[in-house]
Design a protein around this ligand. Structure first.
Ligand SMILES: Nc1ncnc2c1ncn2[C@@H]1O[C@H](COP(=O)(O)OP(=O)(O)OP(=O)(O)O)[C@@H](O)[C@H]1O
Length: 726
């Protein structure tokens, strides 16, 4: 007695250290000792077991959801600590987990309902939900039990998002098709978990026919992988619009827009901003029902208590001017701008504002929508206003540009594409606009044509296949021509690709069709692989970095600098990263649509650092002064009629027929789609360089030989001369 072994002294020491750490973090001091510690065991529903040896305790702070973890080495210390915390969960043995005998606790008596809350959480854990998920998304899990992977048949991969893979699968319990979105995250990284939890929490709150429905989650106690189960949707708007020969009618456009705005109205009424409205996130089922999907960037907002949020959201082509100007306080208007872009795109058959960089995007916006008024610059106090304020104001020319469209459509577009977010009003307001109340009315979704399954991924595959076929075709015809001794004509790349577009590709099946036919052949799909073991923290860390990096590219060519993400703002997950994203990595329309040939000339796409004020300003003003040359260069050139706009030309876009592409076909596909001629030229160029190098080598050898001969001759003659002289 009284004599401490060196081991117990070390334990005591380490206890003191841990306590000191806790004290420094201020956690212990703030805690109120609980009056009735017997309740501890009740709340977890299971008794702790001790192996007799050291016991590790994992304490998870409820507020930070896992960021504070402390290990204690003996039972007494554990007892003392859990007396001061509310136990959320006790896990005696966790397979494949680094920490056995784990206790998950939160602060004691944070609010009066905490006992009920904890018993709910305890039940959820007992039901099989992993504790890290319960800690962050308990509300979203209410009434659900985790689905097991082996109750689904994975059929095919149907989408590759920036931080997820999406699979078509069969729910064998309910015998129906579903989409499984496997989200990548690191359950040891609170930021990563928070991101994932946000999407789940928001999705669970939303309940509307035009918003994708989260039907369940696949996970297990021991796994850190997570699948989100969604109803299966056959199409997305990008895939549909890119189907050969597709031309949306006026009632059809109204039908899609009505559904989009209804879904948005629902999200906004529940305080949810989507922050990534674009064609590939608008899914459409076989009955023509459109649903807003991908809430990976969505967030909660309170119009009456606005908190700063990141401006690094929304895919570039659909990003409103205030975000490009660095706004950190914004609301529903950001989604309405994107909806305005979709409306323009549905009529014109191509993105209406396809900027390559943030600077160019803003420039395109100003040229179409006019630059902000003096009053707006003053009122909005946007961070980048000094950099991007044009030297001369731009006149708005939305109505002139789209004057071939029915006036109610132009009027709605004019509202949604207002520079001042306030003037965009609300989704509910848009739904009451003349566009929907005048004839022709929106058609019923069920009356929409039945399309073959089409997704963005199908459009990409189709374009790749078309390119491959063109390459094969052009090789074949070259051989033929060579045989006939003809010279190969240099074809117009756009023409070639356009004619490809005009022709349906009978051989090209959608991925989903291929899948169906494989099923018909008796392909029954595969059971989902059992969840992998928990990756190491290091791997997970890398994953999350990768995830963030990808998310960056997903939202456009962004540059993340110190100017954003200061404390007090919404955690600016995108800001910490310094890598420049390449626009070619953008998902959605950016990746699948070809820019006009003029855009190809500008070479590889790069991002523009908006927060490098000097450079951006220079770039912006360069664009301004180039305005006359650069005007709407993505628009068809055939019937352009320049109209002066504050000293700048403003070209009107003809909208004949209102169908996609009007009387001009626009190519969808990778950025250098019609490039086999370019490839050919480059190959030829390479060949010539090699030939030249070979000749040079030969010449050098020859020259060397000649030189040696000459030298020999000189030496000989000298020798002869010398001999003669002798
Ligand atoms: N419920 C669904 N039914 C059918 N396909 C779906 C479904 N959900 C998603 N997909 C397909 O998977 C793709 C990627 O899904 P989602 O947009 O949710 O993931 P993401 O990682 O956030 O993607 P992104 O980075 O492109 O925004 C979609 O574009 C769509 O084609």
């Amino acid at each position: 007695m009284g004599c401490m072994s060196s081991k117990s002294a070390a334990v005591e020491d380490s206890r003191e250290n841990h306590k000191e750490k806790l004290r420094r973090k201020g956690s212990l001091d703030k805690l109120v000792p609980r009056a009735d510690s017997s309740r501890r065991e009740d709340s977890v529903g299971s008794k702790d077991k001790y192996d007799g040896g050291d016991v590790k305790v994992l304490l998870i702070d409820k507020k930070t959801s896992g960021s504070n973890r402390y290990c204690y080495n003996d039972r007494a210390e554990k007892e003392r600590i859990i007396d001061k915390f509310e136990v959320i969960e006790t896990i005696n043995k966790v397979e494949n987990c680094e920490v056995a005998n784990t206790i998950t606790v939160g602060h004691h008596h944070l609010h009066p309902g905490s006992r009920v809350l904890n018993s709910i959480k305890g039940e959820q854990v007992a039901a099989g939900w992993p504790s890290w998920l319960v800690a962050v998304a308990s509300d979203a899990l209410k009434g659900w039990i985790p689905r097991r992977a082996n109750t689904f048949e994975k059929l095919a991969k149907i989408g590759q998002g920036t931080y997820s893979s999406v699979y078509k699968a069969r729910d064998v319990v309910h015998n129906k098709l579903v989409a499984l979105k496997k989200v990548r995250f690191d359950n040891h990284d609170p930021e990563s978990v928070k991101f994932m939890a946000r999407e789940i929490n928001l999705l669970r709150r939303l309940n509307h026919p035009n918003v994708i429905k989260l039907e369940g989650l696949i996970t297990s106690h021991t796994s850190c992988s997570l699948y989100l189960v969604f109803e299966y949707m056959e199409h997305d708007l990008v895939g549909l619009a890119s189907l050969p020969g597709i031309k949306f009618s006026e009632p059809q456009i109204k039908c899609y827009m009505h559904q989009l705005l209804s879904g948005l109205d629902h999200c906004h009424s529940l305080g949810v901003l989507h922050r990534d409205i674009k064609g590939s996130n608008l899914l459409i089922d076989s009955n023509g029902i459109l649903k807003i999907a991908d809430f990976g960037l969505a967030c909660h907002f309170d119009p009456h208590d606005s908190v700063p949020m990141t401006s690094r959201v929304v895919t570039l082509w659909y990003r409103p001017p205030e975000l490009l100007l660095g706004a950190s306080h914004y609301g529903v208007a950001i989604d309405l701008w994107s909806a305005g872009c979709i409306l323009g795109e549905l009529y014109s058959g191509k993105p209406i504002l396809p900027g390559k960089t943030e600077v160019e995007q803003l420039h395109k916006i100003f040229k179409l929508c006019g630059s902000p008024s003096e009053e707006y610059w003053r009122r909005a106090k946007l961070p980048h206003s000094t950099v991007f304020k044009p030297l001369h104001p731009y006149r708005r020319c939305v109505t002139e540009t789209f004057n071939d469209l029915p006036s109610p459509a132009v009027s709605l577009m004019d509202t949604l594409l207002s520079i001042d977010p306030v003037h965009r009003r609300t989704a509910a307001f848009a739904l009451k606009s003349e566009f929907f109340t005048t004839q022709p009315f929106a058609c019923d979704p069920s009356s929409l044509p039945k399309y073959p399954p089409s997704k963005e991924i199908d459009a990409k595959l189709r374009d790749e296949e078309a390119r491959r076929q063109r390459a094969v075709g052009s090789r074949g015809s070259r051989v033929d021509m060579e045989r006939r001794g003809q010279k190969e004509p240099i074809s117009n790349a756009e023409q070639t690709a356009s004619s490809q577009r005009r022709q349906p590709h009978p051989n090209l099946k959608s991925r989903s069709q291929m899948l169906n036919s494989r099923n018909a052949d008796g392909f029954s799909g595969l059971l989902i692989n059992p969840p992998k073991q928990t990756p190491t923290a290091k791997e997970n860390g890398r994953d999350f970095l990768e995830y963030n990096r990808k998310k960056v590219s997903h939202s456009g060519p962004l540059v993340y600098g110190a100017a954003f993400g200061k404390s007090g703002k919404e955690p600016d997950d995108l800001t910490r990263l310094s890598s420049r994203a390449n626009l070619s990595k953008l998902s959605g329309l950016v990746a699948t649509r070809t820019l006009a040939p003029e855009d190809h000339r500008s070479g590889p796409l790069t991002s523009e650092p908006v927060n490098q004020a000097g450079r951006s300003q220079r770039s912006f003003h360069e664009l301004e002064s180039a305005g006359k040359r650069d005007v709407r260069h993505h628009m068809p050139k055939t019937t352009e009629s320049p109209q002066t706009a504050g000293g700048r030309a403003c070209i009107k876009e003809p909208m004949h027929g209102r169908g996609p592409r009007g009387n001009k076909i626009y190519v969808s596909g990778p950025l250098l789609a019609p490039s086999e001629n370019v490839d050919q030229l480059l190959k030829e160029h390479d060949r010539k360089i090699q030939e030249f190098a070979r000749r040079a080598r030969l010449d050098k050898t020859k020259a060397g030989k000649l030189q040696a001969q000459a030298k020999q001759a000189t030496e000989n003659s000298l020798f002869v001369t010398a001999r003669g002289a002798e």
